[in-house]
Design a protein around this ligand. Structure first.
Ligand SMILES: Cc1ncc(COP(=O)(O)O)c(C=O)c1O
Length: 430
Protein backbone atom coordinates (compact mmCIF):
# COMPACT_ATOMS: atom_id res chain seq x y z
CA UNK A 1 0.00 0.00 0.00
CA UNK A 2 1.26 3.43 -0.91
CA UNK A 3 -0.78 5.63 1.42
CA UNK A 4 -1.98 3.56 4.35
CA UNK A 5 0.23 2.64 7.29
CA UNK A 6 3.38 4.25 5.97
CA UNK A 7 4.44 5.37 9.43
CA UNK A 8 3.96 3.92 12.90
CA UNK A 9 0.47 4.59 14.24
CA UNK A 10 1.84 6.35 17.34
CA UNK A 11 3.66 8.80 15.11
CA UNK A 12 0.49 9.48 13.10
CA UNK A 13 -1.49 10.18 16.26
CA UNK A 14 1.23 12.52 17.57
CA UNK A 15 1.40 14.37 14.29
CA UNK A 16 -2.42 14.64 14.13
CA UNK A 17 -2.32 16.03 17.67
CA UNK A 18 0.42 18.54 16.83
CA UNK A 19 -0.80 19.67 13.42
CA UNK A 20 -4.51 18.88 12.93
CA UNK A 21 -6.55 18.75 16.13
CA UNK A 22 -5.05 18.48 19.58
CA UNK A 23 -8.61 18.45 20.99
CA UNK A 24 -9.71 15.43 18.98
CA UNK A 25 -6.50 13.58 19.80
CA UNK A 26 -7.08 14.24 23.52
CA UNK A 27 -10.76 13.24 23.28
CA UNK A 28 -10.07 9.88 21.63
CA UNK A 29 -7.13 9.16 23.96
CA UNK A 30 -9.39 9.82 26.97
CA UNK A 31 -11.99 7.31 25.75
CA UNK A 32 -9.47 4.69 24.68
CA UNK A 33 -10.52 4.95 21.03
CA UNK A 34 -7.22 5.32 19.24
CA UNK A 35 -8.61 4.02 15.95
CA UNK A 36 -7.01 5.48 12.82
CA UNK A 37 -8.90 4.37 9.71
CA UNK A 38 -6.61 2.48 7.39
CA UNK A 39 -7.82 -0.13 4.91
CA UNK A 40 -11.51 0.14 4.11
CA UNK A 41 -13.84 -2.01 2.03
CA UNK A 42 -17.59 -2.57 1.93
CA UNK A 43 -19.07 -2.25 5.40
CA UNK A 44 -15.69 -2.51 7.15
CA UNK A 45 -12.94 -0.20 8.33
CA UNK A 46 -9.58 -1.50 9.59
CA UNK A 47 -7.26 0.29 12.00
CA UNK A 48 -3.94 1.35 10.45
CA UNK A 49 -2.35 -0.90 13.02
CA UNK A 50 -4.38 -3.71 11.48
CA UNK A 51 -5.52 -5.28 14.77
CA UNK A 52 -8.99 -3.82 14.91
CA UNK A 53 -11.87 -3.98 12.43
CA UNK A 54 -15.11 -1.98 12.69
CA UNK A 55 -18.46 -2.45 10.98
CA UNK A 56 -19.28 1.07 9.89
CA UNK A 57 -22.80 1.88 11.08
CA UNK A 58 -22.00 5.56 11.30
CA UNK A 59 -21.32 5.95 7.59
CA UNK A 60 -20.62 9.67 8.10
CA UNK A 61 -24.37 10.22 8.08
CA UNK A 62 -24.83 8.52 4.72
CA UNK A 63 -21.58 9.31 2.90
CA UNK A 64 -20.92 5.56 2.86
CA UNK A 65 -24.42 4.49 1.85
CA UNK A 66 -22.78 2.27 -0.77
CA UNK A 67 -20.11 1.07 1.63
CA UNK A 68 -16.44 1.91 1.35
CA UNK A 69 -14.83 2.05 -2.07
CA UNK A 70 -17.72 0.56 -4.00
CA UNK A 71 -16.11 -0.95 -7.12
CA UNK A 72 -18.39 0.85 -9.61
CA UNK A 73 -17.77 4.20 -7.93
CA UNK A 74 -14.01 3.76 -7.81
CA UNK A 75 -14.12 2.72 -11.45
CA UNK A 76 -16.24 5.76 -12.41
CA UNK A 77 -13.69 8.10 -10.80
CA UNK A 78 -10.74 6.34 -12.44
CA UNK A 79 -12.39 6.59 -15.84
CA UNK A 80 -13.32 10.23 -15.27
CA UNK A 81 -9.75 11.13 -14.28
CA UNK A 82 -8.71 9.77 -17.66
CA UNK A 83 -10.66 12.56 -19.39
CA UNK A 84 -11.88 15.23 -17.00
CA UNK A 85 -10.77 17.57 -14.25
CA UNK A 86 -12.60 19.99 -11.94
CA UNK A 87 -13.98 21.97 -14.87
CA UNK A 88 -14.61 25.70 -14.86
CA UNK A 89 -17.40 26.93 -12.62
CA UNK A 90 -18.03 30.02 -14.80
CA UNK A 91 -18.51 28.13 -18.05
CA UNK A 92 -21.15 25.76 -19.36
CA UNK A 93 -20.61 22.11 -18.49
CA UNK A 94 -21.69 18.83 -20.08
CA UNK A 95 -21.17 16.94 -16.82
CA UNK A 96 -23.13 19.35 -14.63
CA UNK A 97 -25.93 19.48 -17.20
CA UNK A 98 -26.19 15.67 -17.33
CA UNK A 99 -26.15 15.26 -13.55
CA UNK A 100 -28.70 18.05 -12.98
CA UNK A 101 -31.06 16.49 -15.53
CA UNK A 102 -30.68 13.10 -13.81
CA UNK A 103 -31.45 14.64 -10.41
CA UNK A 104 -34.52 16.32 -11.91
CA UNK A 105 -35.71 12.90 -13.18
CA UNK A 106 -35.34 11.36 -9.74
CA UNK A 107 -36.55 14.31 -7.65
CA UNK A 108 -39.66 14.11 -5.48
CA UNK A 109 -41.85 16.52 -7.45
CA UNK A 110 -40.91 19.07 -10.05
CA UNK A 111 -37.37 20.30 -9.29
CA UNK A 112 -35.82 20.90 -12.69
CA UNK A 113 -32.91 23.17 -11.65
CA UNK A 114 -29.81 22.32 -9.62
CA UNK A 115 -27.00 24.42 -8.20
CA UNK A 116 -24.02 22.34 -7.10
CA UNK A 117 -21.93 22.66 -3.97
CA UNK A 118 -18.98 20.94 -2.35
CA UNK A 119 -20.79 19.94 0.83
CA UNK A 120 -24.20 19.88 2.48
CA UNK A 121 -23.76 23.11 4.46
CA UNK A 122 -22.98 25.02 1.29
CA UNK A 123 -26.00 23.45 -0.44
CA UNK A 124 -28.19 24.60 2.46
CA UNK A 125 -26.63 28.07 2.38
CA UNK A 126 -27.63 28.37 -1.26
CA UNK A 127 -31.15 27.05 -0.54
CA UNK A 128 -31.60 29.80 2.06
CA UNK A 129 -30.06 32.50 -0.15
CA UNK A 130 -32.40 31.46 -2.95
CA UNK A 131 -35.45 31.50 -0.67
CA UNK A 132 -34.62 34.98 0.60
CA UNK A 133 -33.73 36.39 -2.82
CA UNK A 134 -36.85 34.90 -4.41
CA UNK A 135 -39.29 35.93 -1.71
CA UNK A 136 -37.56 39.16 -0.66
CA UNK A 137 -38.48 38.17 2.88
CA UNK A 138 -36.08 37.86 5.83
CA UNK A 139 -37.36 35.16 8.16
CA UNK A 140 -36.40 31.50 8.20
CA UNK A 141 -37.99 28.93 10.49
CA UNK A 142 -36.16 25.72 11.34
CA UNK A 143 -36.44 22.92 13.89
CA UNK A 144 -35.01 22.96 17.40
CA UNK A 145 -32.36 20.27 17.56
CA UNK A 146 -32.17 20.16 13.77
CA UNK A 147 -28.86 20.32 11.98
CA UNK A 148 -28.07 21.74 8.56
CA UNK A 149 -24.29 22.19 8.65
CA UNK A 150 -21.68 24.49 10.10
CA UNK A 151 -21.40 27.06 7.32
CA UNK A 152 -22.96 30.57 7.36
CA UNK A 153 -26.73 30.47 6.96
CA UNK A 154 -26.90 26.73 7.69
CA UNK A 155 -25.27 27.45 11.05
CA UNK A 156 -27.73 30.26 11.72
CA UNK A 157 -30.59 27.78 11.21
CA UNK A 158 -29.12 25.39 13.78
CA UNK A 159 -28.96 25.17 17.56
CA UNK A 160 -27.47 27.91 19.79
CA UNK A 161 -24.62 25.82 21.23
CA UNK A 162 -23.07 25.47 17.75
CA UNK A 163 -23.45 29.15 16.83
CA UNK A 164 -23.25 31.21 20.04
CA UNK A 165 -19.44 31.03 20.38
CA UNK A 166 -19.10 32.64 16.97
CA UNK A 167 -20.72 35.97 17.73
CA UNK A 168 -23.65 37.69 16.06
CA UNK A 169 -25.44 35.60 13.47
CA UNK A 170 -27.49 36.96 10.58
CA UNK A 171 -30.89 38.04 11.89
CA UNK A 172 -34.21 36.48 10.91
CA UNK A 173 -33.68 32.89 12.07
CA UNK A 174 -35.99 31.21 14.52
CA UNK A 175 -36.44 27.62 15.66
CA UNK A 176 -39.66 25.79 16.47
CA UNK A 177 -40.14 22.27 17.87
CA UNK A 178 -39.99 19.56 15.20
CA UNK A 179 -43.33 17.87 14.60
CA UNK A 180 -45.34 20.68 16.24
CA UNK A 181 -47.69 22.29 13.72
CA UNK A 182 -49.36 24.53 16.30
CA UNK A 183 -46.16 26.40 17.17
CA UNK A 184 -45.22 26.61 13.50
CA UNK A 185 -48.65 28.09 12.75
CA UNK A 186 -48.12 30.68 15.49
CA UNK A 187 -44.67 31.70 14.25
CA UNK A 188 -44.98 31.59 10.46
CA UNK A 189 -46.02 34.89 8.92
CA UNK A 190 -46.05 36.93 5.79
CA UNK A 191 -42.40 37.85 6.39
CA UNK A 192 -41.34 34.17 6.37
CA UNK A 193 -39.13 33.32 3.40
CA UNK A 194 -38.88 29.62 4.15
CA UNK A 195 -39.41 26.77 6.52
CA UNK A 196 -36.40 24.46 6.43
CA UNK A 197 -36.61 20.95 7.86
CA UNK A 198 -34.71 17.71 7.72
CA UNK A 199 -37.19 15.03 6.78
CA UNK A 200 -35.87 13.05 9.75
CA UNK A 201 -33.64 15.14 12.04
CA UNK A 202 -30.70 12.80 12.58
CA UNK A 203 -28.83 14.87 15.13
CA UNK A 204 -32.03 15.04 17.20
CA UNK A 205 -32.12 11.24 17.46
CA UNK A 206 -34.28 10.62 14.39
CA UNK A 207 -37.81 11.40 15.52
CA UNK A 208 -40.21 10.22 12.80
CA UNK A 209 -42.89 12.83 12.14
CA UNK A 210 -46.55 11.74 12.05
CA UNK A 211 -48.06 11.00 8.61
CA UNK A 212 -49.81 14.37 8.32
CA UNK A 213 -46.91 16.54 9.52
CA UNK A 214 -45.33 17.59 6.24
CA UNK A 215 -48.66 18.20 4.52
CA UNK A 216 -49.50 20.43 7.50
CA UNK A 217 -46.18 22.27 7.04
CA UNK A 218 -46.86 22.57 3.30
CA UNK A 219 -50.33 23.98 3.97
CA UNK A 220 -48.93 26.63 6.34
CA UNK A 221 -46.21 27.55 3.82
CA UNK A 222 -48.83 27.87 1.07
CA UNK A 223 -51.08 29.94 3.27
CA UNK A 224 -48.28 32.45 3.96
CA UNK A 225 -46.41 32.27 0.65
CA UNK A 226 -43.34 30.74 2.32
CA UNK A 227 -41.11 28.17 0.65
CA UNK A 228 -40.60 24.64 1.95
CA UNK A 229 -36.97 23.55 1.99
CA UNK A 230 -36.36 19.88 2.67
CA UNK A 231 -32.88 18.87 3.83
CA UNK A 232 -32.28 15.34 2.52
CA UNK A 233 -28.52 15.45 3.00
CA UNK A 234 -28.72 12.38 5.29
CA UNK A 235 -32.10 10.94 4.46
CA UNK A 236 -31.90 10.94 0.67
CA UNK A 237 -30.61 8.46 -1.89
CA UNK A 238 -32.36 5.37 -0.59
CA UNK A 239 -31.56 5.59 3.12
CA UNK A 240 -35.19 5.27 4.21
CA UNK A 241 -36.22 2.68 1.63
CA UNK A 242 -37.37 5.29 -0.87
CA UNK A 243 -35.14 7.45 -3.02
CA UNK A 244 -36.09 10.50 -0.91
CA UNK A 245 -37.49 10.28 2.61
CA UNK A 246 -40.12 12.95 1.89
CA UNK A 247 -41.77 10.42 -0.48
CA UNK A 248 -43.10 8.60 2.60
CA UNK A 249 -45.05 11.74 3.49
CA UNK A 250 -46.13 12.39 -0.10
CA UNK A 251 -48.00 9.10 0.08
CA UNK A 252 -49.68 9.82 3.40
CA UNK A 253 -50.59 13.46 2.66
CA UNK A 254 -54.27 12.92 1.93
CA UNK A 255 -56.40 14.90 2.68
CA UNK A 256 -53.78 17.67 3.12
CA UNK A 257 -51.72 19.16 0.29
CA UNK A 258 -48.98 16.93 -1.14
CA UNK A 259 -45.83 18.18 0.63
CA UNK A 260 -43.58 18.42 -2.40
CA UNK A 261 -40.62 20.64 -1.51
CA UNK A 262 -39.83 23.91 -3.28
CA UNK A 263 -36.15 23.27 -2.65
CA UNK A 264 -34.34 20.04 -1.78
CA UNK A 265 -30.74 19.71 -0.62
CA UNK A 266 -28.75 16.53 -1.07
CA UNK A 267 -25.10 15.71 -0.36
CA UNK A 268 -23.18 13.11 1.63
CA UNK A 269 -24.04 9.87 -0.21
CA UNK A 270 -24.08 11.68 -3.56
CA UNK A 271 -20.28 11.61 -3.24
CA UNK A 272 -20.17 7.82 -3.19
CA UNK A 273 -17.70 8.41 -0.34
CA UNK A 274 -15.17 9.12 -3.08
CA UNK A 275 -15.52 12.67 -4.38
CA UNK A 276 -17.22 15.54 -2.49
CA UNK A 277 -20.34 16.91 -4.14
CA UNK A 278 -23.69 18.25 -2.96
CA UNK A 279 -26.67 19.80 -4.69
CA UNK A 280 -29.60 22.15 -4.22
CA UNK A 281 -32.52 21.30 -6.48
CA UNK A 282 -35.38 23.74 -6.93
CA UNK A 283 -38.65 24.49 -8.69
CA UNK A 284 -38.84 26.37 -11.98
CA UNK A 285 -40.57 29.51 -10.61
CA UNK A 286 -37.62 30.05 -8.26
CA UNK A 287 -35.30 30.34 -11.23
CA UNK A 288 -36.16 33.97 -11.89
CA UNK A 289 -33.48 35.31 -9.56
CA UNK A 290 -30.67 32.93 -10.61
CA UNK A 291 -31.60 33.58 -14.24
CA UNK A 292 -31.26 37.32 -13.81
CA UNK A 293 -28.06 37.02 -11.70
CA UNK A 294 -26.22 33.97 -13.05
CA UNK A 295 -22.87 34.90 -11.48
CA UNK A 296 -24.08 36.03 -8.06
CA UNK A 297 -23.53 32.65 -6.38
CA UNK A 298 -20.20 31.01 -7.18
CA UNK A 299 -18.54 27.84 -5.96
CA UNK A 300 -15.18 27.04 -7.54
CA UNK A 301 -15.31 23.34 -6.68
CA UNK A 302 -19.09 22.96 -6.45
CA UNK A 303 -20.16 20.42 -9.05
CA UNK A 304 -16.59 19.61 -10.01
CA UNK A 305 -16.82 17.55 -13.18
CA UNK A 306 -15.02 14.57 -11.61
CA UNK A 307 -17.61 14.68 -8.83
CA UNK A 308 -20.42 14.76 -11.38
CA UNK A 309 -19.14 11.53 -12.93
CA UNK A 310 -19.05 9.92 -9.50
CA UNK A 311 -22.51 11.20 -8.53
CA UNK A 312 -23.99 9.87 -11.78
CA UNK A 313 -22.60 6.44 -10.92
CA UNK A 314 -24.13 6.75 -7.43
CA UNK A 315 -27.52 7.61 -8.91
CA UNK A 316 -27.27 4.74 -11.40
CA UNK A 317 -26.71 2.27 -8.57
CA UNK A 318 -29.33 3.81 -6.28
CA UNK A 319 -31.97 3.83 -9.02
CA UNK A 320 -31.29 0.24 -10.13
CA UNK A 321 -34.33 -2.02 -9.85
CA UNK A 322 -33.77 -4.07 -6.73
CA UNK A 323 -31.66 -1.51 -4.85
CA UNK A 324 -34.49 -0.12 -2.75
CA UNK A 325 -35.96 -3.59 -2.41
CA UNK A 326 -32.70 -4.70 -0.80
CA UNK A 327 -32.79 -1.68 1.53
CA UNK A 328 -36.32 -2.58 2.60
CA UNK A 329 -35.49 -6.26 3.12
CA UNK A 330 -32.47 -5.36 5.22
CA UNK A 331 -34.61 -2.86 7.17
CA UNK A 332 -37.15 -5.62 7.90
CA UNK A 333 -34.39 -7.98 9.08
CA UNK A 334 -33.01 -5.31 11.40
CA UNK A 335 -36.49 -4.42 12.66
CA UNK A 336 -36.99 -8.06 13.70
CA UNK A 337 -33.57 -8.04 15.36
CA UNK A 338 -34.33 -4.79 17.20
CA UNK A 339 -37.65 -6.26 18.44
CA UNK A 340 -35.79 -9.25 19.85
CA UNK A 341 -33.23 -6.99 21.51
CA UNK A 342 -35.99 -4.88 23.04
CA UNK A 343 -37.57 -8.04 24.47
CA UNK A 344 -34.20 -9.12 25.86
CA UNK A 345 -33.23 -5.73 27.31
CA UNK A 346 -36.57 -4.06 28.13
CA UNK A 347 -35.17 -1.55 30.60
CA UNK A 348 -32.18 -0.64 28.45
CA UNK A 349 -33.52 -0.37 24.90
CA UNK A 350 -36.62 1.66 25.59
CA UNK A 351 -37.46 2.76 22.06
CA UNK A 352 -36.48 2.07 18.46
CA UNK A 353 -37.01 4.70 15.78
CA UNK A 354 -36.70 3.37 12.28
CA UNK A 355 -37.64 4.28 8.75
CA UNK A 356 -35.85 1.99 6.33
CA UNK A 357 -32.20 2.02 7.36
CA UNK A 358 -32.45 5.33 9.20
CA UNK A 359 -32.45 3.96 12.74
CA UNK A 360 -32.02 5.23 16.27
CA UNK A 361 -31.92 3.13 19.42
CA UNK A 362 -33.11 5.05 22.46
CA UNK A 363 -31.98 4.45 26.05
CA UNK A 364 -33.25 5.72 29.40
CA UNK A 365 -30.81 8.61 29.97
CA UNK A 366 -28.22 10.83 28.37
CA UNK A 367 -25.19 8.93 29.61
CA UNK A 368 -26.29 5.85 27.66
CA UNK A 369 -25.69 7.03 24.09
CA UNK A 370 -22.00 7.82 24.67
CA UNK A 371 -21.60 4.60 26.70
CA UNK A 372 -23.13 2.55 23.88
CA UNK A 373 -20.80 4.21 21.37
CA UNK A 374 -17.84 3.06 23.45
CA UNK A 375 -19.25 -0.43 24.19
CA UNK A 376 -20.02 -0.97 20.51
CA UNK A 377 -16.55 0.19 19.55
CA UNK A 378 -15.17 -2.52 21.86
CA UNK A 379 -17.48 -5.00 20.09
CA UNK A 380 -16.23 -3.96 16.66
CA UNK A 381 -19.00 -1.64 15.49
CA UNK A 382 -18.90 2.08 14.85
CA UNK A 383 -22.13 3.92 15.71
CA UNK A 384 -22.35 7.37 17.26
CA UNK A 385 -24.91 8.84 19.64
CA UNK A 386 -27.09 11.76 18.53
CA UNK A 387 -25.46 15.03 19.57
CA UNK A 388 -28.74 16.85 20.25
CA UNK A 389 -30.25 13.91 22.15
CA UNK A 390 -27.52 11.70 23.65
CA UNK A 391 -30.13 9.19 24.85
CA UNK A 392 -30.26 8.07 21.23
CA UNK A 393 -27.70 6.07 19.30
CA UNK A 394 -27.74 6.71 15.56
CA UNK A 395 -27.54 3.43 13.69
CA UNK A 396 -26.88 3.94 9.98
CA UNK A 397 -25.66 0.76 8.30
CA UNK A 398 -24.38 0.90 4.73
CA UNK A 399 -27.33 0.27 2.41
CA UNK A 400 -25.36 -2.50 0.73
CA UNK A 401 -24.94 -4.55 3.91
CA UNK A 402 -25.97 -8.18 3.35
CA UNK A 403 -28.02 -10.46 5.61
CA UNK A 404 -24.99 -12.15 7.20
CA UNK A 405 -23.32 -8.84 7.91
CA UNK A 406 -26.58 -7.60 9.44
CA UNK A 407 -26.55 -10.59 11.82
CA UNK A 408 -22.96 -9.72 12.73
CA UNK A 409 -24.02 -6.13 13.48
CA UNK A 410 -26.99 -7.32 15.56
CA UNK A 411 -24.65 -9.62 17.47
CA UNK A 412 -22.40 -6.67 18.35
CA UNK A 413 -25.47 -4.70 19.47
CA UNK A 414 -26.61 -7.64 21.61
CA UNK A 415 -23.25 -7.84 23.39
CA UNK A 416 -23.04 -4.07 23.91
CA UNK A 417 -26.60 -3.98 25.29
CA UNK A 418 -25.71 -6.81 27.66
CA UNK A 419 -22.69 -4.76 28.77
CA UNK A 420 -24.74 -1.60 29.36
CA UNK A 421 -27.51 -3.53 31.17
CA UNK A 422 -24.92 -5.21 33.37
CA UNK A 423 -23.22 -1.90 34.23
CA UNK A 424 -26.53 -0.25 35.11
CA UNK A 425 -28.15 -3.25 36.81
CA UNK A 426 -31.01 -3.40 34.30
CA UNK A 427 -33.07 -6.47 33.50
CA UNK A 428 -31.81 -9.02 30.96
CA UNK A 429 -34.08 -11.75 29.60
CA UNK A 430 -32.54 -14.83 28.04
C1 LIG B 1 -29.06 16.91 7.62
C2 LIG B 1 -27.75 17.55 7.31
N1 LIG B 1 -27.72 18.67 6.58
C3 LIG B 1 -26.55 19.28 6.27
C4 LIG B 1 -25.35 18.76 6.69
C5 LIG B 1 -24.06 19.47 6.36
O1 LIG B 1 -23.34 18.74 5.44
P1 LIG B 1 -21.77 18.96 5.28
O2 LIG B 1 -21.12 18.46 6.52
O3 LIG B 1 -21.42 18.19 4.05
O4 LIG B 1 -21.56 20.44 5.11
C6 LIG B 1 -25.33 17.60 7.46
C7 LIG B 1 -24.06 17.03 7.93
O5 LIG B 1 -24.00 16.21 8.81
C8 LIG B 1 -26.56 16.98 7.78
O6 LIG B 1 -26.60 15.87 8.52
Amino acid sequence: MEFIGQRPKKETIASFRDHVSSGKAAFFAQYGMDFVPGRRKGIYLWDVGGEKRLINCHCNGGVFNLGHRHAQIVDALKRAVGELDIGNHHLLSEQRATLAARLADLAPGDLPYTVFAVGGGEAIDFALKLARAHSRRPRVLSAQGGYHGHTGLALAAGDPHYRDPFGPMPPGFQQVPFGDLETLAAEIGDDTAAVILETIPATLGMPIAPPDYFSGVRALCDQHGALLIVDEVQTGLGRTGKMWAIEHWLETASPGPVPEPDILATGKGLSGGIYPIAATCYRAPLNRFPHDHPFIHISTFGGAELGCAVALAVLDISAEPGFLQHVNELAAQLATGFDQLQARYPQTLVEVRQLGLMCALVFPDETCGPMMTKLLYEEGLLAIYANNDPRALQFLPPLVMDALEAEEALGALDRALAGLSHLRGWQMNH
